[in-house]
Design a protein around this ligand. Sequence first.
Ligand code: SF4
Ligand code: SF4
Length: 313
Amino acid sequence: IVGLGGAGFPTAVKLSPKNADEVDTLIINGCECEPYLTVDYRIMLEKGEQIVKAVRQVQRILPNAKAVFGIEDNKNDSIKVIKGFIKPDDNMDICELKTKYPQGGERSLIYAVTGRKINSKMLPADAKCVVLNSSTCFAIYNALYENIPLIYRYMTVTGDGVNQCNNFKVPLGCSHQYVAEKCGGLKDGVVKIISGGPMTGFAMSNLDVPVQKTSASILAFTEDDVASVEATNCIHCGRCVSVCPSNLVPQMLAKTVKRNNYSAFEDMGGMECVQCGCCSYICPARIPLTHLFNVGKAEVRKESNKQKSKGVN
Ligand code: SF4
Ligand code: SF4
């Protein structure tokens, strides 16, 4: 089992922190990780009882952890369902969170639920937390109660280029093309297909690709807002700064990457970028900021690995 929110981190590793007794909060991520996606919302509505049962089992591994379901306040029906399955003697609670992106990001969620901050060098366990996605909890339930390994996942198929938007239970390995056909196919005039969400997902050149554990969605759009506009110069409006959840200054970071000055990128906190895409989305100059930060982070890691292989700390 791996994290089904998109990152695919092995769940067994997550549930084996060195300080298991010190973990005081088990956060169940009930926030959708991206706009357009509704898969976690549906799974909480339809599999709430199974999710709560799985959480009780996880609490046996983390004996001092209170389980807190972090659910956005636009999902009142899922809040009601989960609440209905929590018994009075369960060490569980629901934390209603403001609906905003990227509320489902691990760092944002830990901060919203506990007020504790972690950075890129820390693990959630350093903040005495473990975070599990609601779909992952359902996979744990299947493994423990039904003896079913992770051989299928749930996916959202949506966007204005899809004939019948829906959520599906999909066997792993099934072609994306087959999933799209189950939605009545894609409409004529689709110009962009994305695997994952619109903010952090990646463009697909064709659908003849197998569904993997991390394939959360297929989005099909008839207009590509970003590609249709050429990037222009920064007008120093500061909008990117105002939306950054990591409190970075994206326009300054972008300059360091454009100049290949990766040490300056690191000094300015570039490694704390969670690649949420908010800065690129809001930028009126259409500068591909997030893409630049992906490059910057990859270059810093490359240099650090090079230094490690030379034995330099
Ligand atoms: S992608 Fe942009 S907004 Fe998001 S964390 Fe990175 S710099 Fe901040
Ligand atoms: S949002 Fe775009 S134009 Fe505005 S300051 Fe940031 S990079 Fe420059």
